[in-house]
Design a protein around this ligand. Structure first.
Ligand code: M6R
Length: 369
């Protein structure tokens, strides 16, 4: 049932082209307009959303952070992302024009469920992005966007993460369509680029051998740092979480801009630092700033490992190892840059002889608060 792979985790990492494809499949009606799976709120109500609050935990919350960048950019609706377990305890400001978007693979995470219930009590509209059909959170929500990514067995989430990101893009585009925020031509251009993603993920998977051998060589490393910016920031956080969960290694993710505000003090000779590099075609001078960060940590002895867009030759000079991912729109990059980090964590944990499907102390679905 592991389809020839050593673990469910490897199988699921390798299923990601299909998972993303299935998430994107069949989302348009006969007129080419985007649709959701179950809509128990009127499109008019959704259109009048004044604020979105994304609620999730763990990996799903990192998908939520990616969602924030994309949805705000495309819809101009303010988006907050909050860890579901913190939400009820801060007296959040909610009314009937607030759309609460929960993201959950299992649909049974108690922290997320309780936050959704609280939001409903306060009068918010609720929409669930979920992988498990008929689970509690989508059943209790006003609208649902299922991932259709297939069952995820390994405790550490991989394909559901990419599917959550893809689904969030669909939600952002759906809202932009309702509000007339993007022209239909712009929406179909973004959708066309999204449909090219599965093949691009496949090219990363096809070249996994280099990442795996780096992971094997680094099996004894006690700590790894991950830096990213813009949509690369939640990717860095996810890379660090995967390494903690699977390989029991101290790992931390940072927004690269925070480096000089503290974390740079951690850098000493030989400290491995992964850097998720933004597209050189992206906004403003972000790429240049991250390249400077790579130089700064390298000058202090860090072993720099970069994940960058194909053709980004500027990073090569400052990277001990560089993994290139195919080009796409800057906002869509997490669907690609995450993959080398997943392969790295999985290979390193396997090298250490750990059970990557059942990491210690963790459960697939956390049904207690
Ligand atoms: O089922 P959910 O997506 O609601 O689960 C949320 C988190 O518990 C989950 O993502 C967790 O962080 C995983 N262990 C990540 O690999």
């Amino acid at each position: 049932e592991k389809g020839g792979y050593d673990s469910f985790m490897e199988k699921e990492i390798n299923e990601q082209p299909k998972a993303v494809e299935d998430t994107l499949l069949g989302r348009t009606d006969a007129e080419g307009r985007l649709t959701l799976d179950e809509l128990r709120i009127s499109p008019e109500q959704l259109k009048n959303t004044s604020k979105i609050i994304v609620l999730a935990c763990g990996t799903a919350a990192y998908a939520g952070t990616v969602a924030k960048y994309a949805i705000e950019h495309w819809t101009r609706i303010p988006v907050e992302v909050e860890l579901a377990h913190e939400f009820r305890y801060r007296d959040p400001i909610i009314d009937a024009s607030t759309l609460v978007v929960s993201i959950s693979q299992s649909g049974e995470t108690m922290d997320t469920l309780m936050a959704v219930r609280y939001a409903k009590e306060q009068g918010a509209r609720t929409l669930s992005i979920c992988n498990t059909n008929g689970s509690t959170i989508p059943r209790e929500s006003d609208a649902v966007l299922y991932l259709h990514a297939g069952p995820e067995i390994a405790v550490a989430s991989t394909k559901a993460f990419l599917a959550m990101i893809a689904a969030s893009y669909l939600l952002g585009l759906y809202l932009a369509q309702l509000r007339g925020q993007l022209f239909s031509g712009q929406i179909s251009d973004i959708l066309a680029d999204l449909h090219k993603i599965p093949a691009k993920i496949q090219t990363i998977l096809d070249s996994a051998v280099d990442i795996k051998s780096l992971a094997q060589a680094m099996a004894q490393t006690p700590s790894v740092l991950f830096l990213g910016r813009h949509v690369g920031f939640p990717v860095a956080m996810e890379g660090a979480l995967k390494l903690k969960e699977l390989a029991y290694i101290h790992a931390e993710g940072f927004a690269a801009g925070e480096l000089k505000h503290g974390p740079i003090a951690l850098i000493e000779e030989g400290q491995p630092v992964f850097v998720v590099v933004p597209s050189p075609r992206g906004r403003d001078s972000l790429h240049g700033k991250v390249v400077s960060n790579i130089q700064e940590v390298r000058a202090r002895g860090a072993k720099t490992i970069t994940v960058a867009e194909e053709g980004d030759e500027a990073v090569r000079e400052f990277s001990e190892n560089v993994f290139f991912v195919p080009e796409t729109q800057p906002l869509l990059m997490p669907l690609l840059t995450t993959v080398p980090l997943q392969i790295f964590a999985c290979a390193l944990a396997s090298e250490k002889g750990y059970d990557v499907d059942q990491p210690r102390n963790l459960a697939k679905s956390v049904t207690v608060e």
